[in-house]
Write a protein that binds this ligand. Structure first.
Ligand SMILES: *[C@@H]1O[C@H](CO)[C@@H](O)[C@H](O)[C@H]1NC(C)=O
Ligand SMILES: *[C@@H]1O[C@H](CO)[C@@H](O)[C@H](O)[C@H]1NC(C)=O
Ligand SMILES: *[C@@H]1O[C@H](CO)[C@@H](O)[C@H](O)[C@H]1NC(C)=O
Ligand SMILES: *[C@@H]1O[C@H](CO)[C@@H](O)[C@H](O)[C@H]1NC(C)=O
Ligand SMILES: *[C@@H]1O[C@H](CO)[C@@H](O)[C@H](O)[C@H]1NC(C)=O
Ligand SMILES: *[C@@H]1O[C@H](CO)[C@@H](O)[C@H](O)[C@H]1NC(C)=O
Ligand SMILES: *[C@@H]1O[C@H](CO)[C@@H](O)[C@H](O)[C@H]1NC(C)=O
Ligand SMILES: *[C@@H]1O[C@H](CO)[C@@H](O)[C@H](O)[C@H]1NC(C)=O
Ligand SMILES: *[C@@H]1O[C@H](CO)[C@@H](O)[C@H](O)[C@H]1NC(C)=O
Length: 420
């Protein structure tokens, strides 16, 4: 298994005993179908295992085109059955068998030793005869890929691997993340001890975001790209009273690991309200319960971002909430808008910061739904400010050079006159 990126919080629900996961979203870097409820029976195995599969097959050529490779992503697992799942005991291992849609099946086998267990094999099979998924497949029939992962884990521990792992075998790419599994639950009690996979152990010498250099040979999620810019507005019944457009990237640090999440404007809702002295922009999505931006007026002539208040669901089901009402960002005169195209960071707390891109906001005095003139952040104007300085320095230098050459020239001509 190889590591490819920090998990995106909030995508899967935590499972003990088996439950559905949230539906895959178009915003994902690649299609993920979610959480096979890994626990065949809560009494013998518990946990969750998020998986997604992408596979290629050779499509038949036609009269005028050659055969070609096509890619299929299995993005919705339902309906799901668990036939063939076995509760492990001293003789036989635990097996989690999942069948979904038509002809797909996925089986993970665990074996038990005296004081350890291991994840033996991960089998994935699909039916190329299924003409809905493989409409013009050249070959027909059932294809099975078998991967083995030889990891030994103490019997009483939950195996945890939040990091994205990629298994590649022939034409099948399997992505796994948020794996929390205890295949041999002892005495009916789910353990609290975790065995953490290497990928989750952040090397202390490396910044956690570095694994964007995905070693996987095929298309894996690229480096955390810039978030898409969303256009947000608030209407107070009299027309638009607040305007904002910005790309937002959340950076949550927990247990020294930073997770960076881009907000996808396509799947984000917004509301808010406007008063004379304060204005609120609230965003929410399936994982973000609310992300509030509260603006205020100071000295009766300027506005600024005063408060950020967030509550969001993380991968493991816990809720992350932070508020800070003593901020001072995005400061501009009333009647104008604030603009910053460069990346800027709003540091809400030691564990939470928001990176903004191509930012423009106007929380007060919006006229006819349009932005007023913008006051630009100093980061944007850095260069503009440097240009005259550079020109000045160059000019000064030129003058000095001219002056020195003039002096040398004069001295030379003087000595010349004297020698004659
Ligand atoms: C958002 O929607 C637009 C238009 O439908 C699309 O071009 C864009 O790729 C979508 N962005 C994401 C992150 O899904
Ligand atoms: C182990 O599996 C075999 C066949 O799969 C079965 O016949 C046997 O009863 C199982 N043993 C136990 C103790 O469940
Ligand atoms: C399970 O129960 C047995 C006997 O009741 C006990 O010896 C053992 O330590 C228990 N194991 C765990 C993991 O609690
Ligand atoms: C709407 O606009 C009118 C006229 O400009 C103003 O008198 C009224 O107070 C406004 N209502 C709200 C809710 O802002
Ligand atoms: C996320 O936050 C951490 C800790 O504050 C910081 O070291 C890291 O550079 C940040 N990452 C991004 C992409 O902003
Ligand atoms: C945002 O919140 C509203 C009201 O609570 C809810 O109806 C809506 O579905 C939420 N939007 C998303 C994208 O979850
Ligand atoms: C979820 O993960 C965070 C950080 O990894 C941790 O602080 C929190 O306790 C976890 N919550 C649960 C319910 O496991
Ligand atoms: C943050 O929002 C929550 C829910 O709306 C609210 O209860 C809480 O008081 C807010 N915190 C601050 C500091 O405003
Ligand atoms: C708010 O921030 C200012 C400076 O950033 C600081 O001096 C002040 O003590 C803070 N107030 C509170 C209540 O945290």
């Amino acid at each position: 298994m190889t590591r490819a990126e920090v998990p995106i919080p909030g995508f899967c629900s935590v499972v003990v005993g088996g439950q559905r996961c949230s539906r895959p979203r178009a915003s994902e870097p690649f299609p993920r179908s979610c959480c096979s409820p890994a626990a065949a029976a809560a009494s013998c195995a518990a946990g969750s295992w998020c998986a997604s599969v992408s596979l290629r097959f050779r499509a038949r050529g036609s009269f005028c085109s050659a055969s070609s490779w096509k890619t299929v992503s299995i993005s919705d697992l339902r309906p799901v059955t668990y036939d063939g799942s076995i509760c492990g005991n001293d003789q036989n291992g635990t097996k989690i068998a999942v069948q979904f849609r038509s002809g797909f099946s996925w089986t993970v086998s665990f074996t038990k030793e005296a004081s350890t267990y291991s994840i033996g094999s991960i089998l994935f099979s699909y039916n190329m005869s299924d003409s809905t998924t493989f409409p013009d497949a050249k070959e027909k029939g059932i294809v099975t890929v078998n991967d083995s992962v030889a990891i030994k884990i103490p019997l009483d521990d939950i195996f945890r691997c939040n990091s994205l792992s990629v298994l590649k075998e022939n034409n099948v790419l399997q992505y796994f993340w948020d794996v929390h599994i205890q295949p041999f639950v002892q005495n009916g009690t789910v353990s609290t001890k975790e065995f953490v996979c290497d990928e989750d152990k952040t090397p202390t010498t490396l910044a956690p975001i570095i694994h964007t250099t995905a070693p996987s040979p095929t298309t894996t999620p690229a480096a955390k790209e810039k978030p898409e810019v969303g256009n947000y507005s608030v209407n107070n019944g009299n027309g638009t009273c607040l305007l904002a457009s910005m790309g937002l990237q959340l950076n949550i640090t927990q247990d020294k690991v930073a997770s960076v999440i881009n907000i996808n404007p396509n799947t984000t809702d917004f509301t808010g309200n406007c008063h004379t002295e304060t204005a609120l922009l609230r965003l929410n999505s399936s994982t973000i319960r609310y992300l509030d931006f509260v603006f205020a007026v100071k000295n009766e002539n300027r506005f600024y971002l005063k408060e950020v208040n967030i509550s969001m669901r993380l991968v493991n089901g816990s809720v992350f909430s932070i508020a800070n009402n003593n901020l001072s960002y995005w400061d501009a005169p009333l009647g104008s808008s604030y603009m910053c195209n460069k990346e800027q960071t709003v540091s809400v707390s030691g564990t939470f910061q928001i990176n903004t891109f191509d930012l423009r906001v106007q929380p007060f005095s919006v006229k006819e739904g349009k932005y007023s003139t913008a006051e630009e952040c100093s980061a944007d104007s850095d260069l503009n400010f440097l240009i005259p300085v550079a020109v000045g320095v160059a000019l000064g230098f030129l003058i000095i050079v001219v002056f020195i050459s003039y002096m040398i020239g004069r001295r030379k001509s003087r000595t010349g006159y004297q020698s004659v």
